[in-house]
Design a protein around this ligand. Structure first.
Ligand code: ADP
Ligand code: MG
Ligand code: ZN
Length: 601
């Protein structure tokens, strides 16, 4: 777009200069008065004409009194014949000094030709301009098959120091760094250098960051491309991009190629009905072909990242391809503190700052979420025009990241406020008194995101496993809100629908996924399959009978039933505490852990 304007500007300037020259010339050229042929004949008859200078078909007439006139004759016809035809007497003609100029003078030529040249130039210019446009489109069409892989900025070096936690993953990748740094050491011993490493981990756990760190540690170039960039509208483009990418990489070897979201192209072949399916297959084949084509001297290592290892094509995982796999776990409490420490660099934290406490309150947060928490805190602080980030701002940001921003404008009516307070108090009371439920951290009736209010109950330590009793109590906590509404208002609101959905999901997975139900036994039900049809869809294939399906439904209802009974019992037994919590909530809108524990004690 910028180019178009530039071209046009240049063209316009040239045009303006020509126009200026033209007007300059024509001004200099003081044109004498015009005289038509009739008048000329008259003047000749009166013997007033002294000389006539003929330049082509132009006549410069000078009269006896020195006045000059300009006239024109027909092209090609001689002046004499013309005058003869006007029957001007010959002796009168002979008195005139007639001079015939060889050529029209240059000024005249300029003024006659220029009007033709300028539109001509103008048209030529437009044609040239349009040609360039068309060429531009062509050029762009030609880059279609190029990879568009970005060579990462070499100045911002990421090293393993910038990645907190992920100890095992780092150890696994340490080896790759060695391969890149000194391949000869391994080749001398006849070892085959791995070609591909697959990084597995949930979104935001630092897969991209770690691969950058590998390149940074080994001091090699880093080519970054995302799987979804291969999938274009036209079949074959993906494959040609792969070819181009590997060609570029071979020139830059030793180097790292990082393919992000490889599941976008590396899905099991033959699954899915979508239109881009052929294209994916071709792209995947091309990646495999290129990787197979490396000889042992080609020092390129392909790192690929995915959070869906289950959908990958087995061909990708064969020896000689992505045979090495590095799993990156969600950070545990210690890792979270380290990640927070890394991201707190350059952010002035207040004296009360306590990153350990933040780490405690953020189970289930990925590295990206934690980075986001501190960033949100910094933004909030800047907007409040404060100089240091206080601990409270950081803690608030946790909720902001978890549940969305507060909706202060979403004002609840008195009645709604009360219902919400009872609902949240219900969750909190049940969570507090049930042995296996997670302790309450905060209760609030300020709307956030889609929730009217919220209760945060978090495990006191990171849990890797969940027991049957945990599930049962979790369901009761989820139903606590609804039961509180039922007990105190004798009717329920729509506010509980999300709780119900989650409780039902827990009940279902208890039976079908974890085999924890006594009646249905120790087995799984249903197989998850991915169908790619006009987008994505998880499709469950039934591998059980109609009768079993009925039984599963019954058991789910039973679990929900029991959970509501448990919740009801806890709430009716602790009515006093409930009322106290509700009163405080309506007054203050939020209750922190310490105050809550005092209230229920
Ligand atoms: P992924 O590729 O796994 O989705 P990224 O590598 O893009 O995740 O991580 C996103 C951001 O989260 C990183 O840029 C970094 O700021 C932060 N992050 C994630 N994990 C870590 C970690 N272990 N240490 C430090 N920062 C991390
Ligand atoms: Mg990533
Ligand atoms: Zn609820």
């Amino acid at each position: 777009m910028k180019n178009i304007f530039k071209n046009f500007a240049i063209f316009f300037l040239v045009f303006a200069i020509i126009a200026a020259i033209f007007s300059f010339y024509s001004n200099q050229f003081d044109q004498p008065e015009e005289m038509n042929l009739g008048q000329l004949v008259q003047e000749i008859e009166n013997q007033q004409v002294k000389t006539i200078q003929i330049n082509g078909d132009e006549l410069n007439i000078t009269l006896q009194d020195g006045k000059e006139y300009l006239s024109k004759k027909e092209n090609g016809e001689s002046l004499i014949t013309l005058l003869n035809s006007y029957s001007v007497p010959a002796e009168k003609i002979s008195q005139i000094d007639i001079k015939v100029g060889e050529e029209p003078n240059s000024g005249i030529m300029f003024s006659t030709i220029l009007p033709f040249i300028i539109p001509g130039l103008f048209i030529l210019g437009i044609i040239w301009f349009m040609m360039r446009q068309v060429q531009g489109v062509n050029n762009r069409a030609m880059t279609f098959g190029q990879s568009g892989a970005k060579l990462a900025d070499q100045k911002v070096k990421v090293t393993f120091k910038d990645v907190a936690g992920a100890k095992e993953a780092k150890e696994g990748l340490e080896e790759i760094v060695e391969f890149l740094k000194s391949p000869q050491k391994f080749i001398a011993l006849g070892a085959k250098i791995p070609k591909g490493v697959l990084l597995l981990g949930s979104p935001g756990t630092g897969k991209t960051l770690l691969s950058r760190a590998v390149a940074g540690e080994a001091k090699v170039p880093f080519f970054h491309i995302s799987g979804s960039e291969f999938v274009e509208m036209f079949v074959g483009v993906g494959a040609s991009r792969v070819r181009d990418l590997f060609k570029k990489a071979k020139k830059a070897a030793p180097c790292i190629i990082f393919i992000d979201e490889i599941d976008a192209v590396g899905r099991q072949r033959g699954s899915g009905l979508g239109g881009s399916h052929d294209e994916r297959e071709q792209t995947l084949n091309q990646i495999l072909t290129e990787m197979d084509g490396f000889d042992n001297q080609t020092n390129i290592i392909v790192l690929a990242a995915t959070n869906r290892p289950d959908v990958l094509d087995p061909a990708l995982l064969r020896p000689g391809r992505f045979d090495r796999q590095v799993v990156i776990d969600m950070p545990d409490i210690k890792d979270r503190e380290e990640i927070l420490t890394i991201h707190a660099k350059g952010k002035p934290l207040g004296k009360d700052s306590n990153l350990k406490m933040v780490a405690q309150r953020t189970p289930g947060f990925s590295g990206a979420d934690l980075a986001n928490v501190l960033n949100e805190a910094a933004i909030t602080t800047a907007r409040k025009n404060e100089k240091v980030i206080s601990q409270n701002t950081v803690l608030d940001s946790i909720e902001k990241v978890m549940l969305g921003p507060e909706r202060k404008s979403h004002v609840l009516s008195e009645k709604e406020k009360k219902v919400t307070a009872y609902h949240e108090a219900g969750h909190a009371i049940v969570a507090h008194y049930l042995e296996h439920a997670d302790p309450v951290h905060k209760i609030s009736i300020i709307s956030r995101g889609r929730a009217a209010g919220y209760t945060i109950n978090l495990p006191s330590e990171d849990k890797k496993m969940t027991s049957y009793s945990d599930f049962i109590d979790d369901m009761a906590v989820l139903l606590g809100g609804r039961m509180a509404e039922q007990i105190f208002f004798k009717e329920v609101t729509t506010g509980a629908s999300n709780d119900l959905e989650r409780a039902t999901a827990i009940a279902r997975s208890l039976i079908t996924q974890f085999g924890m139900n006594k009646k249905l036994g120790f087995r799984t039900f249903g197989k998850k399959e991915e169908m790619v049809f006009l987008g994505k869809e998880i499709h469950e294939r039934r591998d059980y009978s109609e009768k079993t399906a009925e039984e599963i439904d019954q058991e789910i209802s039973e679990y929900i039933q029991k959970a509501s009974q448990t919740a009801e019992k806890v709430i009716t037994e602790h009515r006093e505490q409930m009322e106290m919590i509700v009163k405080t909530l309506v007054e203050k809108e939020t209750i922190e852990k310490e105050e809550f524990e005092k209230l229920v004690a």
